[in-house]
Design a protein around this ligand. Structure first.
Ligand code: FAD
Length: 436
């Protein structure tokens, strides 16, 4: 087994991992690992946009919209932090080169389901790609950060509830013991556990399975968001999202008889239930979505990639209705963290979709996740930058012995490890559901 030593290890190169890297002190050596190519993260797939507090007068309604969507199960302190930090985050993104849509020289705001006001910044219908590519470019320019692609975390190396690093495997099957003073899990959601999901299939919740095995607390692991509208297809693989902002801008849903059956901007969970009910009544595996009402100009300007993708699938959304079906989309639960993204294990942080800081409660408000990911990734990095002694450095003397133990466990189970991790997460989700 090869050994790598770094100051901070970040597992995942989506928006949350990249933003954390950018906020760590430049004198720390940072290693980022990712299971796939750096560009293959859900952050690149985000379509609709990113929320921001436009001005102080919107604070109460932004808070209320987030709490209402989350069925008031949100941690209010976390929502407050996210909203109050939002303008600084957007300013920084713009400074780092992110290009949001403008109208008459001013930033343009759109609206999605459950938002009482337009407060979402966007870049066409590829906001995630615009943000994450710019962050990746910024990170690649940092001399203190190294990115290792196709490097999969398989286990934590820990003792006495302190994380000393991780065991990982590269594309060729070689094992690595990565020793780090601090580890940040930024390993995304769990869509890869489901047959129908908008997520990348390699996002299988590995961090959750490993966290459970090492006694790290999870929270609301059964809170899984189903997106009401993905393009219906009989082909296997990732489902293509039809962004909620399409409905926010006025697109309508129809049943098999061509009649409207729901308010299109209901919260995602409520609308998903209404669509599923309608599909059952119609005896069809989809309902219809009519984007034609938006007009050709709005479709081509605001939703050019949805237009292109649907065209490739045989639908011209400026003229045709498209079949849509709900699919797994987002994970509100995750590894329990405090307001600085610290887990219940010393020296271990979790950010982005893998973590649960309570912002989203039982259901995420559209376009809050990129913002939440960035806000709390920055807080994790700043906390680490303060050099808080939340781990016992003397424990690192045991690193080599512990990494040998971890490697033996992996080697013994290697063939089935990925399947075991998947099964353990799904069983825990089921157990949590049954417990309610
Ligand atoms: C189709 C789609 C549209 C969306 N639209 C929006 C939107 O408009 N607005 C919004 O706010 N949010 C949106 N979201 C949600 C948002 O994109 C994600 O919640 C957010 O980007 C998650 O970022 P992340 O950094 O936590 O994870 P990700 O960007 O998913 O990155 C996870 C990283 O972890 C790595 N990883 C995973 N497991 C391992 C392992 N074992 N070892 C090493 N690396 C590992 C992956 O390779 C990847 O690099 C959308 C999501 C999807 C799928």
């Amino acid at each position: 087994m090869k050994k790598i030593v770094t100051d901070v290890l970040i597992v995942g190169t989506g928006a949350s991992g990249l933003f954390a890297a950018l906020h760590l002190p430049a004198d720390r050596q940072v290693l980022m690992i990712t299971k796939d190519k750096a560009e293959h993260s859900d952050s690149f797939l985000a379509q609709g946009g990113i929320c921001v507090l436009r001005d102080d007068s919107d604070y109460d309604s932004f808070m209320e919209d987030t709490l209402k969507a989350g069925h008031y199960e949100n941690r209010r302190e976390s929502v407050d932090i996210m909203i109050r930090s939002s303008r600084d985050i957007i300013r920084e993104l713009i400074d780092r080169g992110v290009d949001f849509a403008h109208k008459d020289g001013e930033l343009e705001y759109t609206r999605e389901g459950c938002h009482s006001k337009p407060r979402i910044l966007f870049h066409e219908d590829i906001t995630g790609q615009e943000i994450t590519q710019k962050l990746l470019d910024n990170v690649r320019a940092c001399p203190n950060v190294t990115i290792l692609e196709q490097m999969t975390m398989l286990d934590f190396i820990e003792t006495k509830n302190t994380c000393l690093g991780v065991t990982a495997r590269d594309e060729s099957g070689e094992h690595y013991a990565i020793e780090a003073q601090r580890t940040i899990l930024a390993s995304g959601g769990i869509g890869g556990l489901y047959t129908h999901s908008t997520n990348y299939p390699h996002l299988t919740g590995d961090a959750l399975a490993i966290a459970m095995r090492h006694g790290v607390a999870l929270e609301h692991i059964d809170y899984i968001q189903i997106h009401p509208t993905t393009l219906y297809s009989q082909k296997p693989g990732r489902r293509f999202l039809i962004s909620e902002s399409v409905r926010g801008e006025g697109a309508k849903l129809y049943n098999a008889a061509g009649e409207r059956f729901a308010n299109e901007v209901l919260p995602r969970d409520v609308l998903t239930d209404a669509i599923k009910e309608q599909m059952a009544k119609d005896g069809k595996p989809y309902v219809w979505l009519d984007m034609t009402v938006l007009g050709r100009e709005v479709i081509l300007r605001h939703f050019p990639h949805i237009y292109e993708h649907c065209l490739e699938e045989g639908y011209d959304v400026t003229k045709d209705w498209i079949p849509v079906v709900p699919a797994q989309h987002y994970f509100m639960g995750g590894i329990h963290v405090d307001k600085d993204s610290h887990t219940t294990m010393c020296a271990l942080y979790a950010v982005g979709e893998t973590s649960c800081n309570g912002v989203h409660g039982a259901n995420r408000l559209a376009s809050n996740s990129l913002l939440e990911s960035l806000v709390f990734a920055k807080r994790a990095a700043e906390k680490i930058g303060q050099n808080t002694q939340d781990g016992d450095m003397a424990l690192h003397g045991e690193f080599d012995r512990l990494s040998d133990e971890s490697c033996s466990m992996i080697t013994a189970q290697e063939e089935h490890l990925a399947q075991m991790y998947k099964r353990e997460v799904l069983e825990e989700i089921e157990r949590e559901k049954q417990a309610k």
